[in-house]
Design a protein around this ligand. Structure first.
Ligand code: SF4
Length: 362
């Protein structure tokens, strides 16, 4: 006799910590119980962070799309000899950072391919140039995979890499490259990226040094519900130890121009049901996270609004440019005007507030 859903959700609202098996059950829901789960997650969101909907004024800077990894779920990364490959020089990056400053951003995300020739010095030079051009902004960059790559290329430890990047101006770490933290899945979707243990170790190291990070999950490609639950459990364990994650960013797979989809190894992205359940179950499962983001660039603004009724409280950033989503086939994924965010929040009777990367109100 399965535990009745209402009882399980009541228990979660009263403080019960969901098990992985229970998360799998919730993620597998296919009927009107989806709304029941979303409503419980929304209640928990309200109890935890109130009626505030937040966003960060930020800009992505893509330095290069040349990438050693060429992940199956990605439409952005290129080989160095690809006619569409690009790699900005320092002067161009500096100019992009100045443009971001003119747009009054509080955060600049350096979001690029993992260039096979980059060393620790390359990353230091990039961060230093942005720090100089954009004093005061949070430089949000360097995934655990990039840190592990810089360490390997330069023959130093990952802790030494993080320390040098911090000295150069790194503010917060990107919790990207997590994808799905299950090695059997990673071997299919991103076989050249760091493994689960390395990702978790580098994140722990950064948090231990006082550098906070986002956490991400890229879902809707090759993995199943059990893999998603395992991933959430790893994040929750790390958060128990470090408290260093600022939020979870669920990233719905954009499939159109990706090798994995073209090879028939992945479906055409997550369904709307899966998008809503990912947010809702994350809110219910990650009892030690304050914030769950909905990624408007991945799911569109209409589903974004529904996710705000299913446990999400943050709209992420203005971005101004997101070639990673656009190159994979995502339309309208590169800029969301805060006026449109305001319309979404107001439509739900909630208040939009601008935040910093680490959730101080601006
Ligand atoms: S997801 Fe990132 S690491 Fe993978 S191919 Fe794309 S740019 Fe490279």
């Amino acid at each position: 006799m399965p535990y009745p859903l209402h009882d399980l959700l009541d228990d979660v609202l009263a403080g019960h910590r969901l098990t992985e098996e229970e998360a799998v059950r919730l993620l597998s829901t296919r009927d009107r119980d989806v709304w029941t789960i979303a409503a419980a997650a929304d209640e928990l969101r309200e109890a935890k962070v109130g009626d505030r909907v937040t966003y960060v004024r930020n800009q992505n800077i893509h330095v290069t799309n040349v990438c050693k990894n060429l992940c199956g779920f990605c439409g952005f990364g290129r080989r160095a000899d690809d006619p569409e490959a690009f790699c900005d020089d320092i002067a161009t990056v500096r100019e992009k950072a100045r443009t971001a400053m003119a747009r009054r951003v509080t955060e600049i995300c350096l979001l690029s391919g993992v260039h096979p020739d980059y060393t620790l010095d390359s990353y230091v030079d990039l961060i230093s140039c942005v720090r100089e051009a954009a004093p005061g902004v949070d430089i949000h960059t360097a995934s655990p995979d990039e840190i592990a790559w810089a360490a390997e290329r330069s023959g130093v430890s990952t802790v030494a890499v993080i320390e040098r990047l911090r000295e150069a101006g790194l503010g917060t770490l990107q919790g990207t490259a997590a994808e799905i933290l299950v090695d059997e899945v990673r071997r299919v979707i991103c076989p050249r990226k760091c493994d689960t243990a390395t990702w978790a170790r580098v994140i722990r190291e950064a948090h231990g040094m006082g550098i906070r990070s986002t956490a991400t999950i890229m879902y809707g490609s090759y993995e199943g519900e059990a893999d998603r639950a395992r991933h959430l459990a790893i994040l929750r364990d790390i958060q128990d130890e470090t408290g260093g994650f600022t939020e979870l960013v669920p990233l719905s797979f954009i499939h159109q121009k990706t090798p994995l989809y073209r090879a028939g190894q992945a479906p055409p992205g997550a369904t709307g049901r899966e998008d809503i359940l990912m947010v809702a179950v994350a809110r219910l499962f990650l009892d030690n996270f304050d914030h769950i983001q909905v990624s408007w660039g991945k799911v569109g603004t209409k589903l974004t609004e529904m996710a705000l009724l299913a446990g999400a409280d943050d709209l992420g950033g203005t971005m101004f440019c997101d070639d990673v989503s656009v190159d994979a086939g995502g339309e309208g994924a590169d800029y969301l005007d805060p006026a449109e965010m305001q319309r979404i929040a107001a439509d739900l009777g909630r208040t939009l507030r601008q935040r910093t990367t680490t959730y101080e109100m601006v």
